[in-house]
Each structure stands twice: as C-alpha cells, then as structure tokens.
Design a protein around this ligand. Structure first.
Ligand code: HEM
Length: 492
C-alpha cells in the first residue's frame, strides 16, 4: 500500500533522481575500502581516480602527500602503489610469494590473453618461465653463440652509424640492432636494417609502447566493454598488435616447415619440441597460442627496454663529454682498437661498468615495473591489502631514493664505484625489479648493453649537433624514453 502511494507520487524527474541515488549508494557500498586499507585521493563516484595520470611522476607526487603506500581506484579496480627502497624491497623480495601474480588489466588481457610468459599466472607462468630461462641460459652461456651474435650485430650497428652523413636520430638503428639479438634468439635469424617488413613491425611495436602509456589509451581499462566499440588510440594499438602477431605467426609457420626436433635452432624450435613433450599436460599451456604470445613477450620485453637504455646512454655521453672521454680511455687501455669488446672485458673496466649502471639508474626506463596482484590477504607497511588487489612498485622511487643514493638527481657514476675506483654493487639498483617475477632477460640485457655501448664508444666520439639543444627531460610511454634527439658521430 505504502509502496503504491510512493510510486504514484513520483514523477519522471523523481524517478531519475531516485535511480541515480540508488546507483551512487550501490557504488559506495561496492567500492568501500576495508579497514586499514592504504589511503589515497578521494575517488569520483563510478569512475574512481580515473583522471589521476598513472605515470611515475604523478605517483611520486602522490607519495609525498599520502606516504610510501597509497591507493587509487580505476573504475572499480583498486590499485596500491608502493614507493621507496624499503617498502618496494619488502613487496618484491620479503613477500615475493604474496606478490608473484599479475592482475587482469583489460588492455593487456585483450592482446596477451593471460597466457605465455610475462602476463600469465600459476602453473602456465611457472612452466613457461622455467622453459624460457633454460633456453636463454643454453643459448647465452653454454653455447657462447649469443655473445658472438651480439658482437657481429655491433659491427652492423657501427657500420650503420658510419653510413650516416651528418646529424641523425639513433633510434631506428638502435631499435633494429637490439631487436636483432632477440630475433636471433627467437627466430634464429637477424633482419637487415633496410628490411621494410621488419622495420614496419618495429615501428608499430614502438607506437604500441608509446600508446600504452597514454591516459587516453588507458581509459579502455575503465570501461572495456564500451570502448571496444568506440574509436580512439586503443584501437590503433590493438590493430598494430594484430599485425605484429600475424608476423609472428608467419615466422612460426616457416619454422614448422623444416623443424628438426633433434637440432633446435632457436626458441621457436625448442618450444615446438616442448609442445610435443607436454601433450599429456594441457594445463601447462604449451600450445600454438602460447608460442605466439611467448614470442611477443620476448620481442617486446627485450627490445624497447634495452634500446631505450642505449638511447639514454648516448644522450648522457653527449651531455657529459668528460665522462665519455674517461670511458674511451678505459676502452683504449683494456681493449685497444684492434679487437672488438667481449663480455670478459667488463671485469677489467670498473669505470665503464659504473657508467652503464648509472645510465640505467638515471634513465629509469621501466619506472613502475610491471603490475602485480596480492595472491592472498596480506599486510604491507602496516596496511591491509586484500587478496586480488593490484599492486604497482614504483621502481623509479627506489632508483632516486634519497636514503640510498648520495646524489639521487644527478648523473654520477661514482654511485657504483668504491673509494679505490673499483665497481661496487648497490642494493637499491632495482632496474630489473627483484623477486620471483624479476626480469628474465637481465643477463642478456647486461651483455647487450656492455657490448653495444663499448663498441660504439670504441669507434666513435658522440657529440651534440651544432645549434641544437638537448633535453634530459624524457617522454612518458609505457617506458620512460628520451625525447627524440639528433647527434653527430666522428670516427676515432
Ligand atoms: C635494459 C633492459 C631491460 C630492463 C630495464 C628490463 C626490466 C624489466 C622489468 C622491470 C620487469 C618487470 C619485473 C616484475 O614484474 O617485477 C621485466 C620483466 C621481464 N623481462 Fe625485462 N628488462 C630488460 C630487458 C629484457 C630482455 C632483453 C628480455 C628478453 C629476453 C626481457 C624479458 C623479460 C620478461 C620475459 C619479463 C617478464 C618476467 C615474468 O613475468 O616472469 N627483459 N623486465
């Protein structure tokens, strides 16, 4: 009876208001934080903190206000951001088992489908990580063949620099050279720097990394069902990935034609063998789709990161010519000009080693790492983190933590040198993250950085183009990359 009276007295406007208030209350109840949840900016109804940019600079500013553990809400997904060496170490190392899984991020889920290597979880991730780790060790350490391939590639890289007449942007050459290391490992071949099809793939992938970091693209994560049908940068990203994935499928098909299980040439061949072995264990996810996504993981994780680090490296050498000169003096003393650098030279080159580490620290290439999620209810820094909450570790805040670094905001290779000028490791050097989910390609990346960097400075002096100013301010993509710049090289 009462309900009937209320119904009769409501006009259309009242119904709209009633409906809105109902949704608002439902939203508040659904998204209310459990007690002792990390603090954070006040979320908007329905949208959460979607207008807060998700880049590391904004995260650093928010950490100043809310502390080293704070939270945001994207749509109805809560995300906890952890900053500073102590808390990041606690998350990644002390509590590694609690934060070993990846959350579902709609934009990644659409492309990577939660399979393969970098964005999978559970048994699929464990078996794929073990398999890929073995492959990297076999081709990298035991066969020594990879070092030889990297040395050969540095010859192509330096030849391409030599062929440039006048100022040039090193980005395309560095991307091509670095990606060829991954191509050798994965597809068993390198690609010519003028191969148009491969260059298109590299360009599209580069665009994807840029788009991933943009707030407009990340809107897809708030409302994937709606944005699926709307135009926008997310659509460009998805269509780029489709082309890249088709390219990978093509490489896999070519491999299948002359695959010899007794004689694996590369990652694809080894994976095809593993597929046969794991036929009775479908849960491990070794199938055609797993292979495609694993190749994409290797290609993406290994190319942009390393090439961007080298771009920062050359930029710093231009900005600090006295440091460049000291590296060259060490190269001349230890290696000379008559032979190419090799990995074992590193032990005798503490200054160069320190400079490369400082390039990585100051370049800050993967500032927020890859996201994780809590595998169980847990506590961090005294706050309660419920099972399933996404957690992002601000690696940049560790690499610039004033409690760890003498001059955190200055490019200073002495961070990695002891009082006798010998190389010293630093615990807060977390560029490759840490714990069970740490970068799988760390050894390969270190080898490539050392061999490419020393080869370039052995052969060239890098300098600024007359009249052009260079900025150390980077651009925020998924990675943190230097703004495009041009440089001049002169043979030594
Ligand atoms: C300078 C170069 C590189 C940097 C700075 C870098 C950094 C990182 C970081 C920060 C992560 C996230 C770890 C985490 O979730 O805690 C990661 C993951 C990963 N990296 Fe690298 N990386 C580099 C090069 C490479 C290379 C060359 C490869 C190729 C083999 C590679 C393969 C991977 C893979 C497969 C993962 C995912 C691991 C997993 O989820 O288990 N990375 N990397």
């Amino acid at each position: 009876m009462i309900l009937h009276l209320i119904y009769d007295s409501f006009d259309f406007k009242s119904w709209i208001i009633f409906f809105f208030v109902f949704l608002l209350v439902a939203d508040i109840i659904k998204n209310r934080n459990p007690s002792n949840f990390p603090p954070g900016p006040w979320p908007l109804p329905f949208l959460g903190t979607v207008f807060t940019q998700m880049d590391f600079k904004t995260m650093n500013k928010l950490a100043e206000v809310y502390g080293n553990i704070f939270s945001l809400r994207v749509g109805s997904e809560k995300i906890v951001i952890v900053s500073g060496h102590k808390m990041v170490k606690d998350t990644l190392i002390t509590q590694t088992d609690s934060f070993v899984e990846r959350p579902i991020v709609p934009m990644f889920q659409k492309v990577y489908k939660g399979i393969g290597l970098a964005l999978s979880n559970g048994y699929v991730w464990r078996t794929h990580r073990k398999f890929a780790g073995l492959h990297l060790r076999m081709f990298g350490e035991e066969k020594k063949s990879l070092e030889h391939k990297i040395q050969q590639e540095s010859v192509y890289l330096c030849d391409a620099f030599k062929a440039e007449k006048g100022p040039f942007n090193p980005m395309t050459i560095l991307n091509s050279a670095v990606s060829n290391n991954i191509a050798c490992l994965t597809f068993g071949q390198r690609f010519d720097y003028h191969d148009e099809c491969y260059q298109t793939i590299l360009r599209l992938d580069n665009e994807c990394i840029k788009l991933m970091g943009s707030t407009k693209t990340q809107l897809y994560n708030v409302c994937p069902r709606l944005l699926e049908y709307l135009p926008g940068p997310h659509q460009t990203m998805f269509s780029n990935y489709k082309i890249i994935i088709d390219f990978l499928r093509g490489e896999i098909s070519k491999h299948k034609e002359d695959w010899d299980p007794a004689n694996p040439r590369d990652f694809i061949d080894s994976y095809l063998t593993e597929m046969e072995k794991k036929k009775s264990d479908p849960e491990a996810g070794f199938n055609m789709e797993g292979l495609v996504i694993s190749c994409l993981d290797m290609f993406e994780a290994g190319t942009e990161t390393t090439a961007t680090t080298l771009r920062w490296g050359l930029l710093f050498m231009i900005k600090y010519p006295e440091i460049q000169k000291k590296v060259q003096e060490e190269i001349d003393r230890v290696i000379g000009q008559s032979r190419p650098p090799c990995s074992s030279d590193k032990a005798n080159m503490p200054y160069t080693d320190a400079v490369i580490h400082e390039i990585q620290r100051f370049g800050d290439v993967v500032p927020l790492g890859f996201p994780k999620k809590a595998a169980k209810d847990t506590t961090l820094g005294g706050y309660f983190i419920p099972k399933g909450t996404a957690v992002s570790t601000n690696l940049s805040s560790v690499l610039h933590d004033p409690n760890e670094w003498e001059t955190p905001d200055t490019f200073n290779p002495r961070h990695f040198l002891d009082e006798n000028g010998q190389f010293q490791k630093r615990e807060a050097f977390l560029v490759f993250s840490a714990g069970k989910r740490a970068c799988l390609g760390e050894q390969l990346a270190r080898q490539v950085l050392f061999l490419f960097f020393t080869s370039m400075l052995q052969q060239f002096t890098i300098s600024k183009c007359p009249g052009e100013e260079l900025s150390l301010e980077g651009e925020i993509w998924f990675t943190y990359a230097p703004a495009p710049y041009r440089m001049c090289v002169s043979s030594r």
